[in-house]
Structures are given as C-alpha cells and as structure tokens.
Write a protein that binds this ligand. Structure first.
Ligand code: FES
Ligand code: FE2
Length: 327
C-alpha cells in the first residue's frame, strides 16, 4: 500500500477503547502510534493509559499484570506503578525506584469512550474533546439518548486510511449524493476552521424533499483529526461520534458510535430495539464512507472543482496544525 504523505503521528485526542471494554481491575492491551500500550482501571474507577512495558526489566504489563487499588502490579517481580507511571513500590526494597517512570498519557473518559492525548513532543493538551450531548448547547444530556455501546457502534481495525480523510468528508458536499445517495447536494451554512476545534454545519435531506424546502441538517464539531461529533436535526434524532486512531505508519482503527434519541411521551416497549435498528441505518451510511476511505490514495494537490476549492483549502490548512514538524 502507499504510505500516506501525511504524518500518522498527529497531535490530538484519540479514542483507544470504549469505556465498557476496560472494567474495574481490568488490564487492556492495545497498539497505537506504533507503541504497545495498556489501559487499566483502578479500583476507584479511574482509567490509566501507559506504555505496556515495565521500566524494571521490561515485562509486558498486559500479560499477567494486575490492579491493586490505584496501582498496577508487574507480574515479573511485583513492582507497583501508579496511573502517572511512577514507581511507588519495590516489594523487596525500602524505597520505590523514583528515577524510573513508564510513559503515561493524559486520559479523558467521555461519552462511553476512552481518549488519550497524543503529542510526539509530550506537550500537554491544548484543546478539549467536545461532549456529544452537551457540546451543542441545546439542553440535551446523555439521559435523552439510548446508550451507544455495544449495539450501536462500529469498530473496524487496522484499515489503511488516514484520520484526515474523515475530516475532509465534512466539507465534501458532492460525495453525499454519490456515497450517501441523498437526492440534493447539501448546502453548507457554517465552516469555521479558526481553532483546533472546528465547526461545520450543513442542511441535508435523505428523502426527496424539494430543494427549497429542506428542513433538516447536521452540525459537526471536529476536535483535531481524531474526533468528530455530530448532531442531526429535523430528522431521526441522533448523535454520532467518529474516531480514527493511527495504529502504526500505515493503518488506523476506526470507531463509530451512534446515540438515538429516546422518544418522549408514550414509551414504546420496543423502543430500545427500534433505536438499535435506526442506529444500524446510520452506521450503514458510515460504512459506505469507510469503503471509499479504506482504498483511497491521498491526492495532493487535489483536482478540485471551483465550488469545492474553498472548503478543502480551509480544511487542509486547519489540518496542518496537528502534524509534527518532523514526521
Ligand atoms: S520487570 Fe516488572 S517488576 Fe521486574
Ligand atoms: Fe460521508
């Protein structure tokens, strides 16, 4: 495969798991940004993400490491490490090894998802991940929606795609007609790429509403290259979260979560099942995108039409801020 000409080590927040995959006391193995990592949850419920290897003699903590209180204990010689990756106990010495630290990552748990902040230079987070419910300032909260995980999610591992493709999708008005089969090409009402958290709104209809009468749309918030949340209005009440996380220099994991609004008034007894069905329809649209992205080759400079130029130019200029100076 062609290695993308864009760095696969961008700065930002990236989803590494769904919350339910890392129960209390669990140690979860994963690989992102070319590094073997573990996520574990303390007995108080707090998640830690750190490099997988013990700083003593290099045991992989994901193979036999266990959680005690707020520490992970190495299976090899029992050294104990806290959530910041600091050694807090060497069981056969009077003092911990203060000089050694396992690289750990800033973690946020939000919207049933676990996020890490990745920056090749180790700089702290300089923006936040929007909340899929409260991020749109419309008074909604998680209680207004059915949970996403596990039934209303999609997970695709190690696809040969770059996170920027997914962000470009948001300014790519023409693809909606050809990939998502909408009858009328959407109209953008907002494209704000001033800050690391960017906003894109457009009107769109999936039925054959006449062009002048479209009364539905999508608002999207893109937080760096790793996270995009959307709110739909005027159609089935749904919120989505798409997350693309580089695994290595060629591939990424893709996670997509869908929350369907709980019906108000008379409760249908099969409402949850119905919501899962509706979510699957949203997921099918996302899968249609993935089918393109997973085989796409990054085009630079792209052969844009006149109408496309402004949106793509703004998007690509915005994306550049997340790439490290050295690849
Ligand atoms: S390798 Fe982890 S305690 Fe020795
Ligand atoms: Fe799309």
């Amino acid at each position: 495969m062609a290695k993308p000409p864009l760095s696969m080590r961008p700065t930002g927040w990236f989803q590494v798991a769904w919350s339910a995959e890392v129960g209390v006391g669990a140690v979860h193995r994963m690989t992102y940004f070319g590094r073997d990592l573990i996520a574990w949850r303390s007995e108080a419920g707090e998640v830690a993400v750190m490099d997988a290897y013990c700083e003593h003699l290099g045991a992989h903590l994901g193979f036999g490491g266990h959680v005690e209180g707020d520490r992970i204990v190495c299976p090899f010689h029992g050294w104990e490490w806290n959530r910041e990756g600091r050694n807090v106990r060497v069981p056969y010495e009077n003092h911990p090894n203060k000089g050694r630290r396992i690289r750990s990552y800033p973690v946020v748990e939000r919207n049933e998802s676990i996020w890490i902040w990745h920056d090749v230079d180790g700089r702290p987070p300089h923006f936040e991940i929007p909340d899929v419910f409260t991020g749109f300032d419309d008074g909604k909260s998680a209680a207004d929606y059915f949970p996403a995980y596990p039934h209303s999610t999609l997970y695709r591992e190690r696809l040969e795609l770059h996170p920027q493709y997914i962000m470009e999708n948001g300014v790519d008005f023409a693809h909606f007609k050809y990939v998502h089969k909408v009858p009328i090409i959407p109209t953008f009402t907002r494209q704000n790429f001033d800050k690391p958290v960017a906003y894109v709104d457009f009107t769109i209809a999936f039925d054959d509403t006449a062009a002048g009468e479209i009364n539905s749309g999508v608002q999207a918030i893109n937080a760096g290259l790793g996270a995009a949340v959307t709110k739909s209005w005027g159609m089935i009440d749904n919120r989505t979260l798409s997350a693309v996380t580089p695994v290595d220099d060629e591939t990424s994991d893709v996670r997509f979560s869908v929350w369907i609004g709980r019906p108000s008034g008379a409760q249908r007894t099969d409402a949850a099942a119905k919501a899962q069905q509706l979510a699957q329809a949203v997921i099918a649209q996302f899968e249609a995108d993935i089918h393109i992205w997973a085989h796409q080759r990054y085009s630079d400079p792209p052969g844009l039409s006149q109408k496309e130029f402004e949106g793509f130019k703004a998007l690509r200029h915005w994306a550049a801020q997340f790439y490290p100076a050295t690849r």
